[in-house]
Design a binder for this molecule. Structure first.
Ligand SMILES: Nc1nc2c(c(=O)[nH]1)N[C@H]1C(S)=C(S)[C@@H](COP(=O)(O)O)O[C@H]1N2
Ligand SMILES: [Mo]
Length: 352
C-alpha cells in the first residue's frame, strides 16, 4: 500500500488522518449524503484535494438496496464535520455506502442470496444456536461505541475507534461465495477492506507468523453464551500470516450496500471466502499478531471435527457428513462443493 505514509506512526490514525485514500473513492456518496443530511462538506472532505480528486462524476448512482437500519447505532455522534456541525456516524456511514464495487470479485455461476435470507439465517452462537432466531436476539447488543485493539507482535499497537477505522480504510464491495461447514452456502456482496491494508499500517514484526482474532464477550446481552456454557467463550479464530495478508481476506463492515446488521457480525467481522464459515469471525474486538499457531474456538471445542486451516474441500468429509455437495440458501439448489470454495486459482499456492 504505497499510498500510506509508512514513515508516520500508527498514532496518526485519528480523525485528522481521514486521508484521501479513505475518502475520495466515496466522494460521490459523500456529496449525496451531505445534501440529504444538510451536512457541510468541509469537514467530510478533510484531506480531499491532495490526490486523485478531479472527477466529480456519477452523482446519481443508484441507491443502496433496501436494508434495515440498525437501531444499535442510533444516537451516537462523532466529530466528522468541522465548524460546529456534528454528523452522526449514521450520516457518515450513509456517505460511505454503497462502496465502489470491485469487479475483480464476482460470482458468475450462482444467484445472489437475498438480503432477507442473509440477515435471517445466521450462525452466531453467542446469541442462539438456532439460525432463524439469531436476528431476533441481538436487540440488546450495542455496537457503539466500539473499539478494536490491534496488538501483539506489531510495531504500532493501537486501540482504534471503529468509525475512524471505517472512514480511513479503503472500503469496497465484493461478491463472494460463502460456505458454512454445515454444507449450506450463500453468495452476497460484502463491503470491507483487505485485512492486509490494516496489518500493513500496524507493521507486523518479522517474528509474527499468525494472526488471532477475538469476538466481543458480553454475556449480559448475548443470551447464547449462558445457554451454551460448554463452549470456550469468547469466540476466537486465527489465520497464518500469509492467509491474513492474502488480498481475498476481507475485514467486513457492510453487507448488501449497507452497514452490517448485528446478526451478521456488526460492526466488524472477517470474511475468508476459501475457508469454512466459522473462520469468518464476527464482532471483532481484538486482532493480535502472534508467533505461534493460535488455538481456535471450534478446534478447541471439537478438535477431531474442526481443524485450524479449514479450507473448503469436497474430498475431505466432516466426520459426520459429506462435504461433496452444498445447498444454496434460498433456492435450495444442491451443487458440487468447489475446492477452496472456488478460489483455488488465488489461494492453492499457499498450501503446496
Ligand atoms: N463470533 C462468532 N463468529 C461467527 C460465528 C459465531 O457463532 N460466533 N459463527 C460462524 C459460522 S459457523 C458461520 S457459518 C458464519 C455465519 O455468518 P452469517 O450469519 O453472516 O451468515 O459466522 C461465523 N462467525
Ligand atoms: Mo458455519
Amino acid at each position: 500500500m504505497a499510498h500510506f505514509r509508512r514513515s508516520k506512526p500508527w498514532e496518526r490514525f485519528t480523525e485528522a488522518d481521514v486521508t484521501p485514500e479513505g475518502i475520495y473513492l466515496n466522494r460521490r456518496q459523500l456529496i449525496r449524503a451531505a445534501g440529504r443530511a444538510g451536512v457541510g462538506m468541509a469537514g467530510l472532505m478533510i484531506g480531499v484535494g491532495a490526490a486523485g480528486c478531479d472527477e466529480l462524476v456519477d452523482l446519481d448512482a443508484p441507491p443502496a438496496p433496501a436494508n434495515t437500519p440498525d437501531p444499535s447505532t442510533t444516537g451516537t455522534t462523532n466529530n466528522a464535520t468541522s465548524g460546529g456541525e456534528v454528523a452522526t456516524f449514521e450520516d457518515v456511514h450513509a456517505a460511505l455506502y454503497p462502496a465502489p464495487r470491485n469487479t475483480a470479485y464476482t460470482v458468475p455461476e450462482r444467484p445472489l442470496t437475498s438480503v432477507e435470507y442473509a440477515t435471517t439465517y445466521n450462525n452466531y452462537y453467542e446469541f442462539t444456536t438456532t439460525k432463524s432466531r439469531v436476528h431476533t436476539r441481538v436487540g440488546d447488543f450495542s455496537t457503539r461505541p466500539w473499539t478494536v485493539d490491534i496488538g501483539g507482535l506489531v510495531r504500532y499497537p493501537q486501540t482504534i475507534d471503529v468509525d475512524t477505522l471505517i472512514r480511513v480504510m479503503p472500503l469496497e464491495e465484493r461478491i463472494y461465495r460463502f460456505r458454512c461447514v454445515e454444507a449450506w452456502a450463500m453468495t452476497v456482496p460484502w463491503t470491507g477492506f483487505p485485512l492486509a491494508a490494516l496489518l500493513r499500517r500496524v507493521e507486523p514484526l518479522a517474528k509474527g507468523r499468525f494472526v488471532r482474532f477475538v469476538t466481543a464477550s458480553e454475556p449480559a446481552v448475548m443470551p447464547g453464551m449462558a445457554d451454551s456454557p460448554y463452549f470456550p467463550w469468547p469466540y476466537f479464530e486465527g489465520l497464518r500470516m500469509d492467509e491474513a495478508m492474502h488480498p481475498l481476506t476481507l475485514v467486513t463492515t457492510g453487507l448488501y450496500g449497507a452497514p452490517l446488521l448485528r446478526q451478521n457480525g456488526a460492526p466488524l467481522r472477517l470474511i475468508v471466502p476459501w475457508k469454512y464459515g466459522y473462520k469468518s469471525i464476527k464482532s471483532i474486538v481484538r486482532i493480535e499478531v502472534v508467533d505461534r499457531k493460535p488455538e481456535t474456538f471450534w478446534n478447541a471445542f471439537a478438535p477431531k471435527e474442526y481443524g485450524f486451516y479449514s479450507n473448503v474441500d469436497p474430498n475431505v468429509p466432516h466426520p459426520r457428513w459429506s462435504q461433496a455437495e452444498e445447498t444454496l440458501l434460498e433456492t435450495e439448489e444442491r451443487v458440487p462443493t468447489m475446492p477452496y470454495n472456488g478460489y483455488g486459482d488465488l489461494v492453492a499456492g499457499m498450501y503446496r
